[in-house]
Design a protein around this ligand. Sequence first.
Ligand code: DGJ
Length: 744
Amino acid sequence: MPIEVDLHNKIFHLSSRNSSYVMALTSQGYLAHLYWGKRLAVSPALLRVLPSMSRPFSLTREQDSLLSLDLLPQEYPGFGHGDMRAPAYQVLLSDGTTIIDPKYQRHRVVAGKRDLAALPHIRVGSPDNAETLEMELKDAYSQLQITLVYTVLTDLDVIVRSVSFVNHSRNSMRLLRALSSTVDFLEQSWEIISLPGAWGRERSIQRNSLAQGIISVESRRGTSSHQANPFLAMVSPDTTEERGEVFAFNLVYSGNFLAFCERDQYSQVRSGIGINPLDFSWLLEPRETFQTPEAVMVYSDKGLEKMSWTFHTLYRHHLNQGQWQHLDRPILINNWEATYFSFTEEKLLEIARAASNLEIEMFVLDDGWFGERDNDRKSLGDYEANSGKLPHGLGVLAEQVKQQGLTFGLWVEPEMVSQDSDLYRQHPDWCLQVPHRSSSWGRNQLVLDLSRPDVQNWIIEILSKVFQRADIAYVKWDMNRSLSEMGSSSLPKERRQETSHRYVLGLYHILDVLTGLFPKILFEGCSGGGGRFDPGILYYMPQIWTSDTTDAAERAKIQYGTSLIYPPAAMTAHVSGVPNHQLGRITPWDARHWIAMSANFGYELDLAELTSNEKTQAAQYIHFYKNTLRKLVQWGEFSRLQDPFTTNGMSWMFSDSERNEMVVVYLSLRTEANPNRTWIKLRHLNPDFLYRIKDCSRQQESTGSGEVLRGDELMNVGLCVWPRYDGFTQAWHLVRESLAMSQV
Ligand code: DGJ
């Protein structure tokens, strides 16, 4: 069983295929953390990891006692009575004090996992796939109950944690901090990996060693943000893609978050992740409950690749469960970079016809189709088709697109409002706002207050009408600014600091209802590109526009960093025009294809303007994607082979789980004159099998086509590239043939 409880020694052992997570009760009733790492046969001897010592300036709970909360590794530490490290939670009681001393009350082990009512969560399917430990702690003075919930997935090295707070007293209390998980580690050297970025430069890989002090990753922007991702991994200094231990945390949440690692005076390390305590508090009235988001904790004993595979498998199978989870994602053409706001029905149909000739599968109408939206200063909120641009309406356009053999998709930005809109004129109070303070602007727009049920209902109603007005197969859900002036005209002042979390809950409610009402629509998340790329959004929408940067070289880095946690099936990528609209670079047509085809593939340029040569090549790429690459992107395993952040090239590999078929992609980011050859060593092949290799890029002369090589040679010598210019790409399709002769 994944959860074993030794009642005599009060030890709780959560084990997955390769990992153990162990906690124990101290004689005073504190819940201590003993171990997380490679799977162990746990015995009471493990209790020796608990320190029994006195140290200067580390306080003890009793006189002459050797129990110091400052030294004790704990499961959910508080602040104020001896532990001086960063706490997991803090609560302001009605008497003005903040000390809470929760002790063990009872525990339950249940099969499977409970769903969370108002928050996105991991779904385990059959109860046989997981077991859950609910650990109830209670503070006798305040009557606050804290329940720590741990779900262990049987087949993956994953523990999902969350916490609920219940006020059993007669007085209200206020949560000031309520993280989803903290883990204390024994003394060891750590490096911390995070995914910082900016608009257009999302999720670069950053690795820092952890000295005494804190490394924190956080968003204060109301969304998970371009600048940070709710992810942090602790790795040993020798950890690589293939080797070393990794302890990784990812929050299933789309708002402000905090993830940190603190190394204290004795090199004890505490990591934590949860809702950002900054500008957060939650009034907990008697009998009320507060539920935190879920934290996903992944252990890998085989480096970063295994960590990524665990996240990828978890998110592909246990997060979004709509029908699109299992269907081929359509190759689409999006009109944004082709026309921006300036288009006519005829121009759109011209692009759709060109797409149809290339056997592209979907046409997506982006921003600018409604109200008087000829620029980004107006009409957000007024979702009636613009009669000048679409004289026959949305339904007719969708029908005409359908006649070209394409399905129809539509852009919306429902969380925002333009001041110059009928919606704002009717409901100025529907914006996020703080009395006596003017609102800040982002992209000339204001933010609708999604914490308000009337605003939630309006969005559900208006979008339902839009989605019924035409045959809509896809929706791009955009969100183009950070949140500020976090206040709601509908919340009393004592609840103002609940606004940002209530906004996120409101968004989840809207998405829950709309995805339930329109189960056939493929929803794609977007926030100025990848500004809200997190598991909370992926729970409702199986794919996300990864970045507004469409240049292939920059995109390669963004997709590479994103792949640390999120599977290629969660990313979308488009071939766009040159010079690139974000940075002016001219990247070859082939490079643009190989990077876009390494995710959910599409185009975003005026297809009607392609040369006949470009059309021929595009048709070949589309054919290859449909017949070979799409299934590997959606369902295959993804290996990062060459790091674009530390080398001047990038390569990655898609493979089916049996290793019968693989596609390897290489891109040169920066080439020198008279360059060296580069060798790409593959991974996970069978050393004794032969693989037929087809160079499916168009630079076929360098390795020839149809070569047959042994697995051990491909893994130890590799594929050869001779990158002759910036943006040079090469790609190979490998098919396993048979055992090599020497093995027969
Ligand atoms: C930001 C998105 O990321 C773009 O792809 C595009 O949809 C624009 N918004 C439209 O305003």
